[in-house]
Design a protein around this ligand. Structure first.
Ligand code: PLP
Length: 479
């Protein structure tokens, strides 16, 4: 398909911007562009067709089953978008005086109050723009905490080898050092390895529970105690709270600080890089280190404050307002019963699908799971030569999105499946029958698999070349 620049024909234009009704001020010479902007010239119907064609080439949650493990791709209720588009919210400006936007500031304090209840934390900031950004913010707070307590030598963060890749990356970003510890056969923390890893230099532990394999670590209280006894803090990667929201609270498990991906669990459309919200919640001991612009009620008004030991600002202004507005809408719409039944539904869906597939696929982590499960196609590969990648590409031909592939790294030919609560039993049954059909087809016609997908917009791509030589910018010099 052509890029919009390649469709451009000189002479066409669109007058969509209304006439300027304020005095035009000339920019100083030094600030003026040297070259003209490359704006494509097209009539409006062609622009509309271009974007419709692009939309048709993608696959999203509104197109079909989307069980991408670790991503919680749930259906996002339309009422969220209605609220986000509500003119009284959508038309305000971040530089407006606080007293003129009190209703919007209440969105901060109300969402904070509800998320505190859900997580067991004592304060929440909405500054971070995504999950990894929330990790980074939390780690800066942990670092500042140890420095304030006269223990700057605490610079090691313990991360189990099953952790999400962003965890060690965020540690590196803050200048601290990752200490990897192995997990046991269920992907859970190896207690002995943890005991050996903690010490005078431990800043903290980063953990996801349930872990990335969809298993709840039953030793969680012992784990967080070991870290506390050694003088470290416990950080909870709450990107996917979908398995426990309304049922169990990280705050009660001994965690001191947590990030939430509001764009996963709390239903904002995601993928393609945002916008998201990696809200960070902390216990009282870390509250004074929160980023700047922490809203509090002072008398009649809500105002932004700078906490005493603040790590400063991690984002322009106040965070992705429209994302936590969607989260607030979602929570209020579901209510406390709805919130817990959403997570119970997610766990039920995952267990149902796992149960219906476990006779044909290997299940490395046992027969029950939380919100997602891992299967291994290693045996299938040995028997037929068909890989997890081939099967994933085959799934695309059935108008379904494939699950996460080759993760966790400890499982050969892994597929990680997360069918969230918003999927109906009929949809899941369809998916089960597609997975089973592909399993049979792999035994009957294995060679067909190497060309899949046949019916998707884009066929088998050269993944290595795409990763090594991505072309992400249009080359205007050719014109
Ligand atoms: C998605 C995810 C992240 C990262 O979140 P982003 O918003 O993509 O930065 C971190 N940890 C886990 C467990 C995740 O699933």
């Amino acid at each position: 398909m052509k890029l919009i620049f390649e469709r451009s024909v000189d002479g066409y234009y669109n007058e969509m911007i209304s006439k300027c009704d304020v005095p035009v001020v000339e920019l100083p010479e030094t600030m003026k562009r040297e070259k003209e902007l490359h704006l494509p010239s097209l009539p409006q119907p062609e622009i509309s067709r271009h974007y419709t064609e692009l939309a048709n080439a993608t696959f999203g949650i509104n197109d079909g089953f989307y069980p991408l493990g670790s991503c919680t791709m749930k259906y996002n209720p339309k009422i969220n978008d209605e609220m986000a588009a509500f003119p009284a919210f959508a038309n305000i400006h971040p530089l407006q005086p606080e007293r003129t936007v009190q209703g919007s500031l209440e969105v901060f304090t109300m969402t904070e109050r509800l998320l505190k209840e859900i997580t067991g934390m004592h304060a929440i900031t909405f500054q971070p723009a995504a999950g990894a950004h929330g990790e980074f913010t939390s780690l800066l707070m942990i670092k500042a905490y140890h420095e304030k307590n006269g223990q700057p030598q605490r610079n090691k963060i313990i991360v189990p080898d099953s952790a999400h890749g962003t965890n060690p990356a965020s540690v590196a970003m803050t200048g601290m050092i990752t200490v990897n510890i192995p997990s046991d056969e269920y992907g859970c923390v190896d207690i002995e390895a943890l005991k050996e890893a903690v010490g005078e230099d431990t800043a903290g532990l980063m953990l996801t529970n349930p872990n990335t394999a969809g298993i709840f670590d039953k030793n969680i209280l012992e784990i967080t105690k070991i870290v506390h006894d050694a003088g470290g803090l416990n950080y909870y990667d709450g990107a996917n709270l979908n398995a426990i929201m309304g049922v169990a609270r990280p705050g009660d498990m001994g965690f001191d600080i947590i990030h939430l991906n509001l764009h996963k669990t709390f239903s904002t459309p995601h993928g393609g890089g945002g916008p998201g919200s990696g809200a960070v919640g902390c216990k009282e001991i870390l509250k004074s280190f929160l980023p700047n612009f922490y809203p509090v009620q002072q008398g009649e008004q809500i105002v932004f404050t700078e906490p005493a030991d603040s790590i400063g600002q991690v984002k322009g202004f106040y965070g992705q307002f429209s994302v936590f507005l969607r989260a607030l809408t979602y929570i209020l719409f579901l209510g406390s019963e709805g919130i817990s039944s959403a997570s119970k539904g997610a766990v039920l869906n995952a267990n149902y699908m796992l149960h219906e597939l476990k006779d044909i696929f290997e299940v490395p982590y046992g027969d029950t799971c939380m919100h997602e499960f891992v299967i291994s196609l290693d045996r299938l590969k040995k028997e037929t030569g068909v890989t997890a990648l081939d099967v994933a590409k085959g799934i695309l031909d059935h108008k379904m999105y494939p699950p996460t592939m080759y993760f966790p790294l400890t499982v050969p030919e892994a597929l990680m499946v997360e069918p969230p609560e918003t999927e109906s039993k009929e949809r899941i049954d369809d998916a089960i029958s597609v997975y089973r059909k592909l399993y049979e087809a792999a035994h009957e016609n294995p060679e067909d698999f190497h060309n899949y997908p046949l019916h998707a917009q884009i066929h088998r791509v050269d993944e290595v070349r795409a990763a090594r030589h991505p072309i992400v910018r249009y080359d205007f010099s050719k014109e």
